[in-house]
Design a protein around this ligand. Structure first.
Ligand code: SDX
Length: 431
């Protein structure tokens, strides 16, 4: 943490308390309240963490007003246009863009860890065939610590490195196996001669009965979706991974916790919820009804794929994905797909509506990723698993940063208590 050259004064009950203020390399200053309770015997209150910095990080920076997203300083639109997912993984994990030989070595290490322990295939068979792939992923990823316990000692930097590579490498295989299992098709093994994105598409869509060639446009779109979802500062699932890791739990269990949090429709589950909403709307003429509902305070309906806690401008990832969506839809010749027609008309109607403009509710990454994944032939149940595949490198990068922090403490928030005060037990005869 940089030294503080400013301070803030908090006056409570006539007593003043000086609090150090730290200035970051980008973003707002932070008031250091670590000693507040000891000094003033008060807590701060911020249940949604809307004004709370939970850690000191160097990985990803978001400027919600400008609609800017930087990974180690590089803007997401440049990375999406000029880089590719595994290079962005290297950048997130190790702090800078790799040289050609570093990238070659990293890609080889990931490629050679994509297979899953054969014994783990039996784990999948324990699930019902109609299990949601996200339920399978939470279970199987948590179970990795039962198969790869030679990389669970977080005090050993080498084991941390091995666990990191294993997680990035095996997530596509696990997600594809979860998909295959739920559709009753045999598992496809990863292939070392394919790119990360092509491997995932082949493991999902190839069948033993015929040859499968990956379409390079879909491979590029898949890689771009992976790149755009890789990391996003201290979002809910990343904060979950950090909190779980702060107790010293093994990385596989912590990533499983992150997957569980991502599943929610307010977070990574929004891409699936968005497509289900578009299907429910059904036709363009029903859009006004849903716009009205989204604005109605007495209706808890929200437009899935719209709004963001941080972005009060266009989500820069959505801008890139919107362009990808047009490319994929044109290539696949599905521009007239009714669900996708509704999506385009809904986007237009919401962007033209004062309510969404005033509340700065723009389409977010989940609005367009759902449209592309739908067009690529994925069922909605695979949308959030794909988000989890991509975000694993972000969770792991943030986990590595936190574990290496000499000031690491277990995360243990306090509360604003409004429950019963001290009272004596009453025997049942007297109640
Ligand atoms: C992701 O944090 C991250 O970085 C997440 C993520 C990542 O990469 O990790 O970017 C991925 O999770 C993207 C967001 C996906 N979620 C959705 O698309 C679900 C729909 N969106 C909302 O649920 C909502 O916008 C959130 C959860 C995304 C943000 O909620 P906030 O910041 O807590 O804002 P809020 O709920 O306080 O809403 C502010 C106002 C409210 O109205 P008022 O009470 O002030 O009158 O805006 C309204 C809300 O009712 N509002 C919406 C709305 N989102 C907010 N109204 C209609 N439709 C919506 N989608």
């Amino acid at each position: 943490m940089t030294k503080s050259n400013k301070s803030a004064t908090l006056t409570i009950d006539g007593k003043s308390h000086e609090l150090p203020v730290f200035s970051p390399t980008a973003g707002p200053d932070v008031v250091d309240i670590r000693k507040l309770y000891a000094q003033a015997h008060v807590f701060t209150y911020d249940p949604g963490f809307t004004s709370t910095a939970s850690c000191d990080s160097t990985i990803t920076f978001i400027d919600g007003d400008k609609g800017e997203l930087l990974h180690r300083g590089y803007p997401i639109d440049q990375l999406a246009g000029k880089s590719h997912y595994l290079e962005v993984c290297y950048l997130l994990l190790y702090g800078d863009l790799p040289s050609a030989s570093q990238l070659e070595d990293f890609e080889a290490r990931v490629t050679n860890h994509t297979m899953l322990h054969e014994q783990m295939h039996f784990l999948f068979r324990g699930f019902r065939r109609d299990a949601p792939p996200m339920a399978i992923m939470v279970g199987v990823v948590g179970a990795l610590s039962a198969f790869y316990h030679d990389s669970t000692d977080i005090s050993d930097p080498w084991q941390r490195e091995v666990a990191s590579i294993r997680m990035v490498a095996k997530m596509p295989t696990i997600a594809a196996m979860a998909f295959k299992y739920t559709i009753g098709q045999p598992f496809e093994y990863p292939r070392n001669d394919l790119s990360y994105a092509a491997n995932f598409l082949r493991m999902c869509f190839a069948v033993p009965a015929e040859n499968y060639e990956v379409n390079p446009i879909l491979e590029r779109a898949m890689d771009r979706i992976f790149t755009l979802h890789a990391d996003h500062e201290q979002n809910a699932s990343t904060s979950t991974v950090r909190l779980a890791s702060s107790s010293g739990a093994n990385p596989f269990a912590c990533i499983a916790a992150g997957i569980a949090c991502l599943w929610g429709p307010a977070h990574g589950g929004a891409n699936q919820a968005c497509l289900e909403m578009l299907r429910e709307i059904g036709t363009v003429d029903r859009i006004p009804e849903y716009i009205r509902r989204a604005k109605d305070k007495d209706d808890d309906f929200r437009l899935m794929g719209f709004g963001h806690r941080v972005y009060k401008n266009f989500d820069p990832r959505a801008t890139v994905l919107k362009q990808s969506a047009d490319e994929v839809l044109e290539l696949l010749g599905v521009e007239d797909n009714p669900v996708l027609q509704v999506a385009k008309a809904l986007e237009k109607a919401a962007l033209a509506d004062d309510y969404f403009a005033e509340k700065k509710l723009f389409p977010n990454v989940d609005f367009y990723s759902g449209i592309i994944l739908e067009a690529m032939g994925f069922p909605t149940s695979m949308f959030t698993p794909i988000f989890a595949v991509s975000r694993t490198v972000g969770w792991i990068s943030q986990w590595k940063e936190m574990i290496a922090d000499p000031q690491l403490k277990i995360g243990r928030p306090r509360q604003l208590y409004h429950g019963a005060t001290l009272r004596d037990y009453v025997d049942i005869e007297k109640r």
